[in-house]
Design a protein around this ligand. Sequence first.
Ligand code: SF4
Length: 607
Amino acid sequence: MNGYGGRILRVNLTTGQITKEPTPPDVAEKFLGGRGFGIYFLYTEVPKGADPLGPENKLIVSSGPLSGTLTPGAGKMDFTTKSPLTGGYASASVGGHLTAELKYAGYDSIIIEGISPKPVYLYINDDEVELRDASDLWGKGSITVETELKKRLGEEFQIATIGPAGENLVKYACITHDFGRQAGRGGVGTVMGAKKLKAIAVHGTRDIPVADPQALLRLGTEAYKACKASGAFEAWVRYGTSGVTVWSNEVGAFPVRNFQAGALEDYSGLSGETMRERIVVTDKGCFGCPSPCGKYSHSKKYNIYVEGPEYETTALIGGDCALLDIEDVAYANWLCDELGIDSISAGNVIAFAIECFEKGILTREDTGGLELRWSDPQVVFALLEKIARREGIGNLLAEGVKYASQQLGENSWEFAIHVKGMEMSGYECHNAPAMLLSYMTCDVGAHHNRSWAITYDLQVGRDLVTPDKVERVIYLQHVRPLFDCLGACRLQWVELSIDLGLYPPILKAITGIDRSWEDLLKISERVWNLTRMYWVREIEGFGREWDYPPPRFYKEPVTYGPTKGKKMSWEDIQKLLDMYYEKRGWDKNGIPTREKLEELGLAEIIG
Ligand code: SF4
């Protein structure tokens, strides 16, 4: 099958059985790969009501048809599972080199089942696949383990690991790869921890079959040249995502003090310029990337090397906890990487705890004597350690803000910043309806990467609640996640504005199958609707209420920044959802209709 490794690797950790199956061509045709494969296998193989941390849940690791080929940024890997954080669908992607290596070993997906009786790691060297004892690695940090496994197995192995947070079942534990890249969201690392799977190590030497190598060489080269010719290229490579920090403060989109404000009073210490000048050592990119956004940094203050901080970490650990020095954020970032915690959820959880302390909902008695306050890096470091090890207050905070607010009571649920149980990523949106709708309707919870619509709010008018904004969100929710089906990075399109029209001919050169953008968007819509049906199947009573934003966004106006005094109205939130459901062909409760499922060829799968 051109463009594919051609095999699915199935690993049962309970029995130790390992099998190789042909990649089903009909699934490749309908779902492409990556997160498309992820939701297909999750929906069809994991029984309804499975415990996310039990043996019935599966972790599905998938590449896509562009992965490992001559396509800019062809290094995205998807991890799909039932989320221990939300109880619904989780899919987290990671860059780096893992996905290419998996394809070179001849696999499109690894389906990991069961629970191992002891800590193991999965060793894949082309056809040689083994579960190896990882007892001596258990308890160690992610970066430490990656370094150790590379020493043992060789630099050519690509490694994905969990840290202590995953082992201790912190509900937002991540999977780390390539010394600081994360499959971050939804607790994919927690599921690995529950399965006692410490790491995956992959090396492959096979060719990927390609339909038309000459066409791929020509079209791929054209796409690389387009990236390099972009006017945005130089700034993007110089600053990466940290270039967003100043803009975000200037437009009031920076989350500050648990999303109470939209800008820091002084953000100069966190800016991309400051970061570049003070700590960046070199640029770092994923497989086949012409525009490396990764920044490898060294903090003299803490004597650590870390990839980042990325904008999201700066926003949630920096802005949301009001840390003002990039080196403090860099150290917290390093802690998150080594402990294996999603820095977005962690920043939210810590900001929530600080606000609870400020309001007297948490006391020194609860925190073991620790005074929780804004702008104190030691508080952030201490809480990260406590969360990862589930010590004291960390045990509660390890469950995420939704659960913590349910336990703490009072009015804390009103400032627990999440949707569907997933903490919000780094864009303040009291006055950005399209961005807020993106969070409300995102298929994993409050995550920005499916639809980064805040620029559209700014472009057309931030107060407007109009049908075009809803259409824009839906369009983005189809285009952006499509890259996670293809197994490639979207940022060359998002940041460098390369023509989307470059991709269908590249995909055709690789697979031999002619698809238009409309065909590809239909596949993405199919995936989106199947993820929605997964929530419907798994959560009793799932519907409209699950799409509501945190009350803070419609009850409390912004306290500081360019949007000071602004908030959403409850009526506008309802209006957004009405328009969104109608345009998607869903009913008023947000459930896809039978007609929509039939149109997308999903009726048979749903049953
Ligand atoms: Fe990786 Fe950044 Fe390049 Fe995308 S732009 S492939 S995330 S380095």
